[in-house]
Design a protein around this ligand. Structure first.
Ligand code: SF4
Length: 417
Protein backbone atom coordinates (compact mmCIF):
# COMPACT_ATOMS: atom_id res chain seq x y z
CA UNK A 1 0.00 0.00 0.00
CA UNK A 2 1.57 3.33 -1.03
CA UNK A 3 1.69 6.23 1.40
CA UNK A 4 -1.51 8.19 1.72
CA UNK A 5 -1.46 11.43 -0.23
CA UNK A 6 -1.16 14.18 2.36
CA UNK A 7 -4.10 16.56 2.42
CA UNK A 8 -5.24 19.40 4.62
CA UNK A 9 -7.26 18.26 7.57
CA UNK A 10 -10.79 19.23 8.51
CA UNK A 11 -12.58 18.41 11.76
CA UNK A 12 -16.24 17.88 12.39
CA UNK A 13 -18.28 17.10 15.46
CA UNK A 14 -18.66 18.46 18.96
CA UNK A 15 -18.41 17.40 22.60
CA UNK A 16 -21.38 15.08 22.24
CA UNK A 17 -20.19 13.26 19.13
CA UNK A 18 -16.45 13.52 19.57
CA UNK A 19 -14.35 15.02 16.78
CA UNK A 20 -13.91 13.15 13.50
CA UNK A 21 -10.92 14.36 11.50
CA UNK A 22 -10.83 13.96 7.75
CA UNK A 23 -7.65 14.32 5.74
CA UNK A 24 -4.05 14.70 6.81
CA UNK A 25 -2.97 11.72 8.87
CA UNK A 26 -6.51 10.84 9.99
CA UNK A 27 -7.79 7.36 9.20
CA UNK A 28 -10.15 7.10 6.22
CA UNK A 29 -13.70 7.76 7.47
CA UNK A 30 -16.79 5.84 6.35
CA UNK A 31 -19.90 7.84 5.50
CA UNK A 32 -23.43 7.09 4.46
CA UNK A 33 -26.71 8.91 4.05
CA UNK A 34 -30.08 8.34 5.67
CA UNK A 35 -33.14 7.37 3.66
CA UNK A 36 -35.74 8.62 6.17
CA UNK A 37 -37.45 11.96 5.72
CA UNK A 38 -35.33 14.16 7.95
CA UNK A 39 -38.42 15.90 9.34
CA UNK A 40 -39.57 12.50 10.64
CA UNK A 41 -37.48 12.86 13.79
CA UNK A 42 -38.17 9.43 15.27
CA UNK A 43 -37.27 7.59 12.06
CA UNK A 44 -34.23 9.75 11.43
CA UNK A 45 -32.84 9.34 14.94
CA UNK A 46 -33.42 5.58 14.83
CA UNK A 47 -31.77 5.28 11.42
CA UNK A 48 -28.78 7.47 12.34
CA UNK A 49 -28.17 5.52 15.56
CA UNK A 50 -28.46 2.22 13.70
CA UNK A 51 -25.97 3.35 11.04
CA UNK A 52 -23.60 4.72 13.67
CA UNK A 53 -23.71 1.41 15.57
CA UNK A 54 -22.92 -0.40 12.30
CA UNK A 55 -19.72 1.62 11.91
CA UNK A 56 -20.56 4.87 10.12
CA UNK A 57 -18.18 7.67 11.16
CA UNK A 58 -20.19 10.48 9.56
CA UNK A 59 -23.84 10.49 8.45
CA UNK A 60 -25.49 12.82 5.94
CA UNK A 61 -29.12 13.86 5.91
CA UNK A 62 -31.12 15.59 3.18
CA UNK A 63 -32.70 18.92 4.08
CA UNK A 64 -34.86 19.85 1.07
CA UNK A 65 -37.48 21.70 3.13
CA UNK A 66 -37.60 24.05 6.10
CA UNK A 67 -39.35 21.39 8.17
CA UNK A 68 -36.22 19.25 7.68
CA UNK A 69 -33.83 21.84 9.09
CA UNK A 70 -36.33 22.51 11.89
CA UNK A 71 -35.95 18.86 12.90
CA UNK A 72 -32.16 19.09 13.15
CA UNK A 73 -31.82 20.37 16.75
CA UNK A 74 -33.70 17.39 18.16
CA UNK A 75 -31.92 14.94 15.86
CA UNK A 76 -28.53 16.35 16.88
CA UNK A 77 -29.47 16.15 20.56
CA UNK A 78 -30.42 12.47 20.28
CA UNK A 79 -27.47 11.17 18.23
CA UNK A 80 -23.75 10.89 18.82
CA UNK A 81 -22.18 10.98 15.38
CA UNK A 82 -21.21 14.00 13.24
CA UNK A 83 -24.04 14.89 10.86
CA UNK A 84 -23.79 16.58 7.48
CA UNK A 85 -26.66 18.58 5.95
CA UNK A 86 -27.02 17.88 2.23
CA UNK A 87 -28.08 21.12 0.56
CA UNK A 88 -29.24 21.54 -3.02
CA UNK A 89 -30.76 24.67 -4.57
CA UNK A 90 -31.91 26.37 -1.35
CA UNK A 91 -29.09 28.28 0.35
CA UNK A 92 -31.42 29.09 3.24
CA UNK A 93 -31.47 25.41 4.18
CA UNK A 94 -27.70 25.65 4.68
CA UNK A 95 -28.05 28.74 6.87
CA UNK A 96 -30.81 27.08 8.91
CA UNK A 97 -28.71 23.93 9.31
CA UNK A 98 -25.77 26.01 10.53
CA UNK A 99 -28.05 27.72 13.06
CA UNK A 100 -29.26 24.30 14.19
CA UNK A 101 -25.67 23.28 15.01
CA UNK A 102 -25.00 20.96 12.08
CA UNK A 103 -21.43 19.62 11.90
CA UNK A 104 -20.81 20.00 8.17
CA UNK A 105 -22.53 21.25 5.04
CA UNK A 106 -22.52 19.49 1.69
CA UNK A 107 -23.02 22.09 -1.02
CA UNK A 108 -23.02 22.06 -4.77
CA UNK A 109 -22.40 25.70 -5.70
CA UNK A 110 -23.40 24.78 -9.25
CA UNK A 111 -27.04 24.51 -8.29
CA UNK A 112 -27.19 27.69 -6.23
CA UNK A 113 -27.33 30.33 -8.94
CA UNK A 114 -26.57 33.46 -6.94
CA UNK A 115 -22.95 33.88 -5.86
CA UNK A 116 -24.07 36.10 -3.00
CA UNK A 117 -26.10 33.22 -1.62
CA UNK A 118 -23.08 30.91 -1.71
CA UNK A 119 -21.06 33.61 0.03
CA UNK A 120 -23.71 33.91 2.75
CA UNK A 121 -23.31 30.18 3.44
CA UNK A 122 -19.53 30.53 3.50
CA UNK A 123 -19.76 33.41 6.01
CA UNK A 124 -22.10 31.46 8.28
CA UNK A 125 -19.87 28.36 8.22
CA UNK A 126 -16.76 30.43 8.80
CA UNK A 127 -18.31 32.07 11.87
CA UNK A 128 -19.14 28.68 13.39
CA UNK A 129 -16.05 26.76 12.20
CA UNK A 130 -18.17 24.39 10.12
CA UNK A 131 -16.51 22.68 7.14
CA UNK A 132 -18.12 22.46 3.72
CA UNK A 133 -17.88 19.71 1.12
CA UNK A 134 -18.21 20.95 -2.39
CA UNK A 135 -19.15 18.51 -5.09
CA UNK A 136 -18.61 18.60 -8.82
CA UNK A 137 -20.61 15.51 -9.68
CA UNK A 138 -20.58 14.78 -13.36
CA UNK A 139 -24.33 15.08 -13.71
CA UNK A 140 -24.70 18.47 -12.09
CA UNK A 141 -21.65 20.53 -12.86
CA UNK A 142 -23.17 22.93 -15.38
CA UNK A 143 -26.04 23.17 -17.72
CA UNK A 144 -25.64 21.52 -21.11
CA UNK A 145 -25.02 24.48 -23.42
CA UNK A 146 -22.27 25.73 -21.16
CA UNK A 147 -20.95 22.17 -20.89
CA UNK A 148 -20.46 21.88 -24.63
CA UNK A 149 -18.75 25.23 -24.94
CA UNK A 150 -16.39 24.62 -22.02
CA UNK A 151 -15.65 21.14 -23.25
CA UNK A 152 -14.36 22.55 -26.54
CA UNK A 153 -12.23 25.15 -24.83
CA UNK A 154 -10.72 22.93 -22.19
CA UNK A 155 -10.74 19.51 -23.80
CA UNK A 156 -7.42 20.19 -25.55
CA UNK A 157 -5.62 19.80 -22.26
CA UNK A 158 -6.85 16.24 -21.88
CA UNK A 159 -7.26 15.53 -25.58
CA UNK A 160 -5.41 12.24 -25.38
CA UNK A 161 -7.36 11.10 -22.39
CA UNK A 162 -10.30 8.70 -22.51
CA UNK A 163 -12.52 11.13 -20.57
CA UNK A 164 -10.61 14.24 -21.60
CA UNK A 165 -13.36 16.79 -22.01
CA UNK A 166 -15.33 15.78 -18.97
CA UNK A 167 -12.22 15.76 -16.80
CA UNK A 168 -11.30 19.21 -18.05
CA UNK A 169 -14.78 20.42 -17.25
CA UNK A 170 -14.81 18.97 -13.77
CA UNK A 171 -11.46 20.51 -12.93
CA UNK A 172 -12.34 23.87 -14.45
CA UNK A 173 -15.61 23.94 -12.55
CA UNK A 174 -13.89 22.99 -9.34
CA UNK A 175 -11.40 25.82 -9.78
CA UNK A 176 -14.27 28.17 -10.39
CA UNK A 177 -16.02 27.07 -7.18
CA UNK A 178 -12.84 27.21 -5.15
CA UNK A 179 -12.24 30.79 -6.27
CA UNK A 180 -15.49 31.77 -4.51
CA UNK A 181 -14.34 30.13 -1.28
CA UNK A 182 -10.77 31.43 -1.50
CA UNK A 183 -12.02 34.96 -2.13
CA UNK A 184 -13.72 34.66 1.27
CA UNK A 185 -10.53 33.25 2.78
CA UNK A 186 -12.32 29.95 3.46
CA UNK A 187 -10.29 26.74 3.29
CA UNK A 188 -12.24 24.44 5.62
CA UNK A 189 -13.20 22.29 2.65
CA UNK A 190 -13.49 18.77 1.34
CA UNK A 191 -13.99 17.95 -2.34
CA UNK A 192 -15.94 15.29 -4.17
CA UNK A 193 -16.00 14.61 -7.91
CA UNK A 194 -18.31 11.69 -8.45
CA UNK A 195 -19.43 10.12 -11.67
CA UNK A 196 -21.67 7.17 -12.44
CA UNK A 197 -18.86 5.90 -14.66
CA UNK A 198 -16.41 3.89 -12.57
CA UNK A 199 -13.31 4.72 -14.58
CA UNK A 200 -14.21 8.40 -14.94
CA UNK A 201 -14.51 8.51 -11.16
CA UNK A 202 -11.02 7.02 -10.80
CA UNK A 203 -9.58 9.42 -13.37
CA UNK A 204 -11.33 12.48 -11.94
CA UNK A 205 -10.08 11.91 -8.39
CA UNK A 206 -6.61 11.01 -9.66
CA UNK A 207 -6.34 14.27 -11.61
CA UNK A 208 -7.89 16.34 -8.80
CA UNK A 209 -5.53 14.85 -6.24
CA UNK A 210 -2.59 16.12 -8.31
CA UNK A 211 -3.95 19.66 -8.34
CA UNK A 212 -5.59 20.31 -4.97
CA UNK A 213 -4.64 19.44 -1.42
CA UNK A 214 -8.14 19.40 0.05
CA UNK A 215 -9.33 16.13 1.59
CA UNK A 216 -11.21 13.99 -0.92
CA UNK A 217 -14.59 12.39 -0.34
CA UNK A 218 -14.69 9.36 -2.64
CA UNK A 219 -17.81 7.91 -4.16
CA UNK A 220 -19.44 6.64 -7.34
CA UNK A 221 -22.76 8.37 -7.86
CA UNK A 222 -25.95 6.66 -9.00
CA UNK A 223 -24.14 3.36 -8.83
CA UNK A 224 -27.30 1.31 -9.19
CA UNK A 225 -28.71 -1.58 -7.17
CA UNK A 226 -26.66 -3.15 -4.39
CA UNK A 227 -25.20 -5.94 -6.51
CA UNK A 228 -23.71 -3.76 -9.25
CA UNK A 229 -23.41 -0.63 -7.14
CA UNK A 230 -21.15 -2.38 -4.67
CA UNK A 231 -18.87 -3.65 -7.42
CA UNK A 232 -18.70 -0.26 -9.14
CA UNK A 233 -17.97 1.51 -5.87
CA UNK A 234 -15.39 -0.97 -4.65
CA UNK A 235 -13.64 -1.02 -8.04
CA UNK A 236 -13.27 2.77 -8.11
CA UNK A 237 -12.69 3.42 -4.42
CA UNK A 238 -10.42 0.41 -3.94
CA UNK A 239 -8.26 1.51 -6.86
CA UNK A 240 -8.00 5.07 -5.56
CA UNK A 241 -7.32 4.08 -1.94
CA UNK A 242 -4.71 1.64 -3.19
CA UNK A 243 -2.96 4.64 -4.76
CA UNK A 244 -3.13 6.55 -1.47
CA UNK A 245 -5.96 8.78 -2.70
CA UNK A 246 -9.03 9.42 -0.57
CA UNK A 247 -9.78 10.62 2.95
CA UNK A 248 -13.39 9.60 3.41
CA UNK A 249 -15.59 7.21 1.44
CA UNK A 250 -19.20 6.48 0.76
CA UNK A 251 -20.12 3.25 -0.95
CA UNK A 252 -23.53 4.08 -2.37
CA UNK A 253 -26.28 2.11 -4.01
CA UNK A 254 -30.03 1.68 -3.97
CA UNK A 255 -30.46 -0.38 -0.82
CA UNK A 256 -30.55 -0.09 2.95
CA UNK A 257 -27.61 2.21 3.80
CA UNK A 258 -26.52 -0.15 6.55
CA UNK A 259 -25.03 -2.28 3.77
CA UNK A 260 -23.13 0.76 2.49
CA UNK A 261 -21.56 1.10 5.94
CA UNK A 262 -20.74 -2.61 6.19
CA UNK A 263 -19.23 -2.65 2.70
CA UNK A 264 -17.28 0.57 3.30
CA UNK A 265 -15.77 -0.85 6.46
CA UNK A 266 -15.01 -4.18 4.80
CA UNK A 267 -13.20 -2.36 1.99
CA UNK A 268 -11.03 -0.54 4.54
CA UNK A 269 -10.39 -3.80 6.44
CA UNK A 270 -9.33 -5.54 3.23
CA UNK A 271 -6.97 -2.72 2.29
CA UNK A 272 -5.44 -2.66 5.77
CA UNK A 273 -6.70 0.91 6.29
CA UNK A 274 -8.83 0.06 9.30
CA UNK A 275 -8.31 -2.42 12.09
CA UNK A 276 -10.97 -5.08 11.97
CA UNK A 277 -13.53 -5.16 14.76
CA UNK A 278 -15.46 -8.37 15.29
CA UNK A 279 -15.31 -11.73 13.61
CA UNK A 280 -13.98 -12.12 10.08
CA UNK A 281 -16.18 -14.66 8.40
CA UNK A 282 -14.67 -17.11 5.94
CA UNK A 283 -17.03 -19.34 3.98
CA UNK A 284 -16.49 -21.78 1.15
CA UNK A 285 -18.08 -20.93 -2.20
CA UNK A 286 -19.92 -24.31 -2.08
CA UNK A 287 -19.90 -26.99 -4.73
CA UNK A 288 -21.44 -30.37 -5.49
CA UNK A 289 -19.98 -31.88 -2.28
CA UNK A 290 -22.19 -29.69 -0.13
CA UNK A 291 -24.55 -31.56 2.19
CA UNK A 292 -26.01 -28.84 4.43
CA UNK A 293 -27.80 -25.56 3.70
CA UNK A 294 -24.62 -23.55 3.84
CA UNK A 295 -26.06 -20.34 2.37
CA UNK A 296 -28.55 -20.06 5.20
CA UNK A 297 -26.02 -21.19 7.82
CA UNK A 298 -23.49 -18.54 6.73
CA UNK A 299 -26.09 -15.78 6.95
CA UNK A 300 -27.19 -16.97 10.39
CA UNK A 301 -23.59 -17.11 11.62
CA UNK A 302 -22.97 -13.61 10.24
CA UNK A 303 -26.08 -12.17 11.93
CA UNK A 304 -25.29 -13.89 15.21
CA UNK A 305 -21.61 -13.01 15.46
CA UNK A 306 -21.76 -9.43 14.23
CA UNK A 307 -23.74 -8.35 17.28
CA UNK A 308 -21.79 -10.37 19.82
CA UNK A 309 -18.14 -10.73 18.96
CA UNK A 310 -15.69 -7.81 19.15
CA UNK A 311 -12.41 -9.74 18.93
CA UNK A 312 -11.17 -9.99 15.30
CA UNK A 313 -11.16 -13.80 15.25
CA UNK A 314 -11.38 -15.71 11.98
CA UNK A 315 -14.42 -17.96 11.77
CA UNK A 316 -14.75 -20.44 8.91
CA UNK A 317 -17.98 -22.08 7.76
CA UNK A 318 -17.12 -24.82 5.28
CA UNK A 319 -19.40 -27.10 3.32
CA UNK A 320 -17.47 -30.37 3.64
CA UNK A 321 -14.51 -32.06 5.22
CA UNK A 322 -12.82 -32.79 1.90
CA UNK A 323 -11.50 -29.35 1.07
CA UNK A 324 -12.90 -27.41 3.99
CA UNK A 325 -9.90 -27.82 6.30
CA UNK A 326 -7.47 -26.61 3.66
CA UNK A 327 -9.72 -23.72 2.69
CA UNK A 328 -10.19 -22.75 6.35
CA UNK A 329 -6.44 -22.49 6.87
CA UNK A 330 -5.80 -19.81 9.45
CA UNK A 331 -9.27 -19.82 11.00
CA UNK A 332 -9.52 -19.65 14.79
CA UNK A 333 -12.92 -21.30 14.92
CA UNK A 334 -14.19 -23.50 12.10
CA UNK A 335 -17.07 -25.76 11.27
CA UNK A 336 -16.84 -28.38 8.54
CA UNK A 337 -20.29 -29.58 7.54
CA UNK A 338 -21.50 -32.66 5.76
CA UNK A 339 -23.90 -35.55 6.04
CA UNK A 340 -26.28 -33.28 7.98
CA UNK A 341 -23.70 -32.80 10.72
CA UNK A 342 -20.99 -30.31 11.56
CA UNK A 343 -17.67 -30.82 13.27
CA UNK A 344 -16.30 -27.80 15.04
CA UNK A 345 -12.67 -26.94 15.65
CA UNK A 346 -11.09 -24.26 17.79
CA UNK A 347 -7.53 -23.48 16.76
CA UNK A 348 -7.09 -26.95 15.32
CA UNK A 349 -8.64 -28.90 18.20
CA UNK A 350 -11.87 -30.75 17.57
CA UNK A 351 -14.40 -29.65 20.17
CA UNK A 352 -17.74 -30.92 18.86
CA UNK A 353 -19.55 -33.08 16.30
CA UNK A 354 -23.18 -31.98 16.22
CA UNK A 355 -26.28 -32.44 14.05
CA UNK A 356 -27.01 -29.70 11.51
CA UNK A 357 -29.71 -28.03 13.62
CA UNK A 358 -27.25 -27.55 16.49
CA UNK A 359 -24.37 -26.15 14.46
CA UNK A 360 -25.26 -22.48 14.91
CA UNK A 361 -25.71 -22.59 18.69
CA UNK A 362 -22.58 -24.62 19.26
CA UNK A 363 -20.46 -22.49 16.94
CA UNK A 364 -21.74 -19.38 18.69
CA UNK A 365 -20.83 -20.79 22.09
CA UNK A 366 -17.34 -21.78 20.95
CA UNK A 367 -16.80 -18.28 19.52
CA UNK A 368 -17.97 -16.67 22.78
CA UNK A 369 -15.74 -18.94 24.87
CA UNK A 370 -12.78 -18.36 22.57
CA UNK A 371 -13.32 -14.60 22.79
CA UNK A 372 -13.25 -14.80 26.59
CA UNK A 373 -9.98 -16.73 26.47
CA UNK A 374 -8.45 -14.19 24.06
CA UNK A 375 -9.57 -11.28 26.24
CA UNK A 376 -8.14 -12.94 29.36
CA UNK A 377 -4.84 -13.67 27.60
CA UNK A 378 -5.33 -17.43 27.79
CA UNK A 379 -5.45 -17.78 23.96
CA UNK A 380 -3.95 -15.81 21.13
CA UNK A 381 -5.55 -15.09 17.78
CA UNK A 382 -4.14 -17.06 14.86
CA UNK A 383 -2.45 -19.80 16.88
CA UNK A 384 -3.00 -23.49 16.30
CA UNK A 385 -2.11 -26.47 18.38
CA UNK A 386 -2.43 -28.95 15.52
CA UNK A 387 -2.91 -28.80 11.75
CA UNK A 388 -6.04 -30.21 10.20
CA UNK A 389 -5.90 -31.95 6.85
CA UNK A 390 -8.75 -33.35 4.82
CA UNK A 391 -9.46 -37.07 4.61
CA UNK A 392 -7.24 -38.69 2.02
CA UNK A 393 -9.36 -39.52 -0.99
CA UNK A 394 -6.91 -42.07 -2.42
CA UNK A 395 -6.18 -44.10 0.64
CA UNK A 396 -2.95 -44.81 2.41
CA UNK A 397 -0.79 -43.75 -0.49
CA UNK A 398 -2.19 -40.24 -0.52
CA UNK A 399 -0.40 -37.18 0.71
CA UNK A 400 -0.33 -36.49 4.42
CA UNK A 401 -1.01 -40.05 5.53
CA UNK A 402 2.30 -40.40 7.30
CA UNK A 403 1.52 -37.35 9.33
CA UNK A 404 -1.86 -38.78 10.23
CA UNK A 405 -0.27 -42.04 11.33
CA UNK A 406 2.23 -40.19 13.40
CA UNK A 407 -0.59 -38.32 15.11
CA UNK A 408 0.72 -35.02 13.87
CA UNK A 409 -2.52 -33.97 12.24
CA UNK A 410 -6.21 -34.25 12.89
CA UNK A 411 -8.16 -36.12 10.20
CA UNK A 412 -11.75 -34.98 10.32
CA UNK A 413 -14.48 -37.52 9.76
CA UNK A 414 -18.04 -36.36 9.58
CA UNK A 415 -19.86 -39.34 11.06
CA UNK A 416 -21.22 -39.31 14.60
CA UNK A 417 -18.38 -39.61 17.13
S1 SF4 B 1 -15.42 -26.77 1.36
FE1 SF4 B 1 -16.26 -28.58 0.35
S2 SF4 B 1 -18.34 -27.98 -0.23
FE2 SF4 B 1 -17.21 -26.09 0.17
S3 SF4 B 1 -16.43 -25.50 -1.86
FE3 SF4 B 1 -14.81 -26.64 -0.83
S4 SF4 B 1 -15.07 -28.75 -1.55
FE4 SF4 B 1 -17.02 -27.66 -2.02
Amino acid sequence: MPDRRLTRQISLGDERTGIVKIGGDAPVAVQTMTTSFTHDVESSVAEINRLHAAGADVIRVAVPEKKDTEALPEILARTRVPIVADVHFHFKRALEAVDAGIHKIRLNPGNISDRGQVEAVIDACKDRGIPIRIGVNEGSIIERRDKQMRAKELGQFFSEHRHGQMLALMIAKLEEYLDIFHAKDFYDLAISAKSMDTMLTVDAYTEISKRFDYPLHLGVTHAGPKETGCIRSVTALGSLLQQGIGDTIRISYASDPIHEVEDGNELLFCLGLRERVGAELIACPTCGRLQVDLFELVQEVKRTLQDEIVVPMKVAVMGCVVNGPGEAEGADVAVFAGNQRGIIYVQGQKVANVPENEILDRLRKECQDFEKRVLSGESKLGEKTVDIIPPDPIGDLGSGIEKIRAGLVEKPTIGRT
